[in-house]
Design a protein around this ligand. Structure first.
Ligand code: ACM
Ligand code: ZN
Length: 519
């Protein structure tokens, strides 16, 4: 049994200020009351009902146990105050996002059993406390690669709930790569008829997101205060799309779609007007589906060898008076960036976007090349930190001798990344000088899925994402891995009740293929 005092001492991510008085409050089945934040209150009611298996009312403050949600001028949209006192709980925020973050904290004050449907019971003893909280960074993201392996809509909806429970607020949806294109685009039906599928060892693998699926995911995320940023790779990581439409490739033909990882040489032909029209058409439909201001256009790992030998690409370089193929990529990126900018959108791109100079208003997502990060900072562009050595959660948790040494190529690509290393990461003062800290929008961990089909994603993410949620949300002052680990011990009970099984050591099997199967 965990006591209410242990619960309030084990909140993840750690709030800015927590004051306790060593007393508890016995909450009977509460009435939830709000004038300003109806949708958030409904969500809390739904959670309380699911947790306790009994109906919970919205209504007037009339009982001895209330949960009141009020508008209040706190410091930022995600800031909140939460009090548990004799009489109930009170949440104060100025924006629904702040209420969402407060609910995530309040849920952690309930015993872990409440995180399991039907697991909780009223009356319940809650710790009396006063919490003031706000995030360190406004961008706390998770990239989920749904190209290398397809993930179901239901899985993603649940994952969004788990993100909200950790105050993570950006779902970066990697929808396009060499191994599949996953997004329905009406004007290019072969993207989902052809490019969403591959056959391996006689088994057809794949799937795609119809527009209604996307709308469901975007709406659920919005209800949790999570923004959804789609990633449409341009011009590389395009082998799947080019299987559907090979005439967009410089050579007019490409290798088949297969689970062969790494960087593919065939990319969209930049000399072909139809390639640019393809991206404009796709962006129009993407803009219709995704309300967020940002669209991620990838830009990483686009080898330009085909462009070097392609007469159309060379003709484009000559006609525009460009210096080389790198400048051609910059030109292509700008064409699409201006197109989306005219429709109110801005772009994010990986490090490589910086080589030709960043388009105005664009954000750099740093994964690998420190000179690109430094260049972006020097040009006063905002950056998102996803540095691979600390935030790539496709990498193995530990250097397990039984599995880690069996595939040396993968060992080099994916060094071990343990929890303590994640928790100890702070980009400010290391990757980014302190005087430029204001350019760091936040952090994003990534779950590339080459070796992580859906059934292994939780195992790769947890508990490392708990550490990320804290380094991105909480103040870095007094941070201690030993202290975090103590809170995490209790937090694992919450995860377990949510049905989440985190990594807890190497699996018994000594076979890489069983741990990271390739379909
Ligand atoms: C990346 O990992 N290619 C951004
Ligand atoms: Zn070409």
């Amino acid at each position: 049994m965990t006591s209410p005092h242990q619960l309030v001492a084990a909140i993840i991510p750690q709030p800015l200020r927590v004051t306790t008085i060593g007393r508890t409050f016995l909450m009977r089945k509460p009435v939830v009351y709000t004038e300003d934040f109806g949708a958030a209150a409904d969500r809390l009611v739904t959670w309380l009902q699911r947790a306790s298996g009994t109906p919970v009312q919205r209504g007037r403050v009339s009982t001895s146990s209330n949960i009141v949600i009020e508008r209040h001028p706190v410091a930022s949209d995600e800031a909140y105050e939460l009090a548990v006192y004799e009489g109930g709980a009170r949440i104060r925020a100025r924006h629904p996002d702040g209420v969402s973050r407060a609910i995530a904290t309040l849920q952690q004050l309930f015993p872990p059993a409440f995180h399991q449907p039907g697991g909780g019971k009223f009356p319940v003893e809650l710790p009396q406390c006063w919490i003031e909280d706000q995030p360190r960074f406004p961008w706390r993201g998770l990239l989920l690669d749904c190209s290398r392996h397809f993930m179901t809509v239901d899985y993603i909806l649940d994952l969004l709930d788990a993100m909200a429970a950790h105050k993570m607020n950006v779902f970066h949806w990697h929808l396009v790569d060499d191994q599949a294109w996953r997004l329905q685009i009406d004007r290019y039906p072969l993207l989902t008829e052809v490019a969403a599928w591959r056959v391996h060892n006689g088994v057809r693998h794949g799937g795609f997101y119809a527009k209604d699926d996307v709308r469901r995911i975007v709406a659920h995320a919005a209800s949790l205060g999570i923004r959804v940023v789609p990633e449409i790779e341009l011009p590389g990581h395009a082998n799947a799309a080019l299987n559907a439409y090979p005439h967009f490739a410089c050579r007019g033909e490409v290798p088949p779609i297969e689970p062969r990882w790494g960087v593919y040489p065939d990319i969209f032909c930049a000399g072909l007007d139809d390639s640019l029209q393809f991206y404009r058409d796709v962006m129009e439909e993407v803009i219709e589906l995704f309300p967020d201001r940002f669209i991620h256009i990838g830009g990483d790992e686009a080898p330009r060898d085909r462009w070097k030998e392609c007469p159309r690409c060379q003709a484009r370089i000559a006609a525009l008076g460009l210096k080389d193929e790198a400048a051609l990529q910059t030109w292509m990126t700008r064409e699409i960036q201006t197109f989306v900018a005219a429709r109110g959108k801005a772009i994010i791109g990986w490090d490589e976007l910086q080589y030709g100079g960043l388009p105005p208003d664009s954000i750099l997502q740093h994964w690998r090349y420190e000179e690109c990060l430094a260049g972006a900072i020097a040009e006063n562009h905002q950056v998102i930190i996803s540095q691979n050595r600390h935030l790539y959660f496709d990498y193995p948790h530990d250097k397990d001798p039984r599995v880690h040494s069996r595939d040396t190529q993968r060992n080099d690509w994916m060094p071990a990344l343990g929890l303590e290393k994640v928790y100890g990461f702070d980009p400010i003062g290391t990757l980014v000088p302190a005087e430029k800290a204001n350019l760091v929008l936040g952090m994003e961990c990534t779950l590339w899925s080459e070796f992580a089909p859906q059934e292994l994603v939780h195992r790769q993410l947890f508990p490392r994402i708990c550490a990320v949620s804290e380094i991105a949300w909480s103040s870095p002052r007094d941070r201690s891995f030993a202290e975090f680990s103590k809170r995490l011990d209790l937090h694992l009970l919450r995860l377990k009740a949510m049905g989440i099984t985190p990594y807890d050591g190497p699996m018994a099997s000594p076979d890489w293929q069983q741990i990271y199967p390739t379909p």
